[in-house]
Design a protein around this ligand. Structure first.
Ligand code: NAD
Length: 330
């Protein structure tokens, strides 16, 4: 894992580039980043697909595979993703299945992908209307993070990624949380925020590579957050982003003392601290949540910043929890 400003222009410091390299990016990523990587690859090619979650499909993977085949890529060649989580997931999946797996490198360019999706080896696409349902665990050979790439990112996307870093700090690193809370501009502090969040995610993934236990800590805010995201997608003209929904969802699953610190921090970065959905609406979406096991749902609860516990809740307890939060914020 490399976090270094200007790294995109020096990719061969970490990636052996004396072979065929397919740089995969999407149409929304400023081309200068793919161009910088390509300038380090004497046998470099570029594959650009249309931006957007709606293009995270098997068809997009198929086009990349066709391109690799057509350009004569062999087992010893490599794919480099340059873009956000969509590019990383799609390019990683293509690399995982071309010739049963060729080297994959990730150069994430959104804050969300830098602190979250580039680590852990999850790759894949949406299929049959279900997100991320087809894919593979496939570890990148290296992840090269250049915080300077964030300078072109839309502030709403930057803050969405920050919500993920706040989430990880809240459960696992009190000093990182305090650092994010510090006053002053965000931009010069991004390196340490990224490094701190990555350390948390790396430790969690190492302890639980196939997501069977501890890795669920990363779901802090997701139990209610997913319901907010789904309700917002169904009912709003301008739906909340995933990270924004998680931000609002975290406030349902924490103590009053944690909420007193979390809420002003989220507000500062224009992240939502409430939602317009009633308890029954949220519960109906939670009922469909994949984390529901039998009659109970395992939610991550933060009682003190830097720590967490798993709480098994039945639907009555969940109703009570949502209601308590809504009453407290009336
Ligand atoms: N694999 C995992 O573990 C994992 C974890 C979390 C999320 N994800 C996936 O990640 C995806 C979301 O990722 P995302 O939020 O990065 O979205 P994204 O990849 O769609 O990027 C958001 C937008 O920003 C543009 N963009 C990217 N980098 C830019 C830059 N530096 N400057 C300007 N614009 C830029 C993109 O073209 C896109 O339009 C989802 O598909 C989600 O399922 C995967």
């Amino acid at each position: 894992m490399i976090v270094k400003r200007g790294a995109v222009s020096h990719i061969s410091d970490w990636v052996p580039t004396d072979r065929k390299v397919m740089v995969v990016t999407d149409s929304g990523v400023p081309f200068q980043y793919a161009q910088a990587v390509l300038s380090c690859c004497p046998k470099g090619y570029c594959h650009v697909f249309e931006q957007g979650e709606e293009n995270k499909t098997l068809d997009t993977v198929r086009h990349i595979l066709e391109d690799l085949l057509e350009k004569g890529f062999t087992r010893t060649d490599a794919v480099i993703a340059v873009g956000g989580g969509v590019v990383g997931d799609v390019a990683g999946f293509a690399a995982s299945c071309y010739m049963r797996g060729i080297d994959f490198y990730n150069v994430p360019t959104t804050l969300l992908s830098q602190v979250d999706s580039s680590i852990g080896g999850k790759t894949g696409v949406d299929f049959g209307g279900v997100k991320n349902v087809v894919g593979a665990f496939y570890m990148p050979k290296a992840v090269v993070i250049d915080p300077d790439c964030l300078s072109t990112l839309d502030p709403r996307l930057l803050h969405e990624g920050l919500a993920e870093a706040i989430k990880m700090a809240a459960t696992s690193d009190a000093s990182l949380f305090s650092y994010i809370e510090e006053e002053g501009p965000l931009e010069p502090r991004l390196d340490r925020i990224i490094t701190g969040a990555l350390a948390i995610k790396e430790a969690v993934v190492e302890a639980d590579p196939k997501e069977s236990g501890l890795r669920r800590v990363l779901n802090f805010g997701h139990t209610v957050g997913h319901a907010i995201e789904a309700a917002s997608a169904a009912q709003s003209q301008n739906p909340l982003f995933h990270g924004e929904s998680v931000a609002a969802g975290m406030l349902y699953m924490c103590s009053d003392t944690v909420r007193a610190r979390l809420e002003p921090l989220l507000r500062r970065y224009n992240l939502p601290v409430s939602d317009p959905f009633d308890t029954d609406t949220l519960l109906s979406f939670i009922g469909h949540d994949k984390k529901k096991q039998g009659d109970t749902i395992t939610a991550v609860f933060v009682d003190q910043i830097g720590s967490f516990e798993f709480r098994n809740m039945d639907m009555d307890q969940m109703r009570q929890c949502i209601q308590n939060h809504k009453n407290a914020t009336l």
